[in-house]
Design a protein around this ligand. Structure first.
Ligand SMILES: Nc1ncnc2c1ncn2[C@@H]1O[C@H](COP(=O)(O)OP(=O)(O)OP(=O)(O)O)[C@@H](O)[C@H]1O
Ligand SMILES: [Mg+2]
Length: 221
């Protein structure tokens, strides 16, 4: 659990309800203690209205320390994606608080929110979310070019991550020309290349064989 390493939350389909390791259940309320990097405090996300209410996330509290690798398990429809979407600020919580570093990300807005998304967060989507009009290379490069990284540096970082994830041969392909597993690895490369503080991965190995899964999970550590 080395300080400075990213923490990773990934999801796995299994069991009946979302399960979070018991040791991580919230001990103290409010802001983070020294080694914690993420803390959820009574997070709720409800969809619909009173007549037709879905409690997708119902009062979830837990915390994660620096360098930890935490899996969230739960049956299909149990709220795993919703929970990650709340942490990544794609979705707004109905109630509760989420702390990352020194920020309550449920209350930040504007430039501070953009900076958090751009610089601190790496998200691997369940359905990949690659841009169809860009090649694999361009999809990965985008994350760095919006941070004004120089093209030469972008190129060497992409080559390095592509080698690590075994996607060198699809860098010039568009997503419709890639297999599901190749798309998933390009999406992972895009999330990892900025060296984010926090990586959220929604079933990141769902489309991969066991060997590729192992490589991907190893490269996230
Ligand atoms: N935008 C939405 N509007 C209404 N209900 C929603 C919305 N998004 C998700 N839900 C509902 O919230 C619940 C949780 O969905 P979620 O996608 O988080 O599940 P999941 O655990 O990720 O499932 P899977 O393993 O199939 O990916 C489901 O009952 C789903 O129908
Ligand atoms: Mg899901």
């Amino acid at each position: 659990m080395a300080a400075g390493k990213p923490y990773i939350l990934n999801t796995v389909k299994s069991g009946r309800n979302p399960r979070i390791p018991a040791c991580r259940m919230l001990a103290n309320e409010g802001r983070l203690s020294m080694n914690e990097i993420l803390k959820l405090d009574n997070v709720e996300k409800y969809y619909g209205n009173k007549a037709n209410l879905t409690k997708a996330v119902d009062k979830i509290s837990f915390s994660v320390e620096k360098g930890e690798f935490v899996g969230i398990m739960g049956a299909s429809g149990s709220g795993k994606t919703t929970l990650l979407n709340c942490i990544s600020t794609i979705d707004r919580v109905t109630a509760g608080h989420i702390y990352v570093g020194d920020k309550d990300i449920t209350t930040i807005r504007g430039n501070e929110l953009n900076k958090f998304r751009r610089e601190e967060l790496g998200f691997i989507f369940q359905d990949f979310n690659l841009l169809d009009t860009l090649t694999g290379y361009e999809n990965i490069a985008l994350a760095l070019s919006i941070q004004n990284v120089k093209p030469k540096e972008i190129d060497s970082r992409i080559k390095e991550v592509a080698k690590r994830l075994g996607i060198e041969e699809v860098l010039n392909k568009y997503s419709y020309q890639m297999s599901g597993g190749q798309k998933q690895r390009v999406a992972a490369a895009r999330a990892l290349i900025t060296n984010p503080k926090l990586i959220l991965a929604d079933e990141p190995t769902g489309a991969l064989d066991s060997k590729s899964s192992r490589y991907l999970l190893e490269s996230m550590k």
